[in-house]
Ligand binder design. Sequence first.
Ligand code: NI
Length: 209
Amino acid sequence: MNRIAMPHIRFRQFCALPATLAAALALVACQPGAPEAAGEPPLAGADIGGPFELVNKDGETVRWADFDGQYRMVYFGFTYCPDICPTDVQRMIQGYKKLAETQPEAAAKIQPIFISVDPERDTPEIVGEFASAFSDDLIGLTGTPEQVKAAADNFRVFYSRGEDTPGGGYLMDHSAIVYLFGPDGEPLATLPTDQGGDAVAAELAKWVS
Ligand code: NI
């Protein structure tokens, strides 16, 4: 079994973590006393990511393998999220744009991706509008509930319907993590959106070459 260090997993507001998932994550949590080899990405060897079939803003099928050869930043959330998702996506894109200013060739190798965990409300059109509000480069994906569930499972993302909100809406509980993957779809690192766009850009610069 590969040694896995996963220092930045955060479950934030709106996230109720079932005991089974908590146990699963504990298995891949930091292992004290296990020094990382120099240059080893924190998520090297982690079983995160994998094949999916989802739908883009035009209703076209998009597969994980379509991004082969590109680095990918991946975030799962929902477009009706009042605060966490827009903030995370904004900082992820800030980091991407900051990298583009200083290292345009590196940034050009990265594909930012937003995947909805709320397929009931996030139609292709809505997810497309949400994504384009942050960047023309950000691809928004949704799908059937089954497609979304399969993708989230592969990416170790938890989500479930949360509290009802006034006016007939509802929140989604979900894990809020931006993953960085390499050109073969291999997980490299999580991106520190909680520390702002500069920190995201620095982490991207560390792993994208
Ligand atoms: Ni959210």
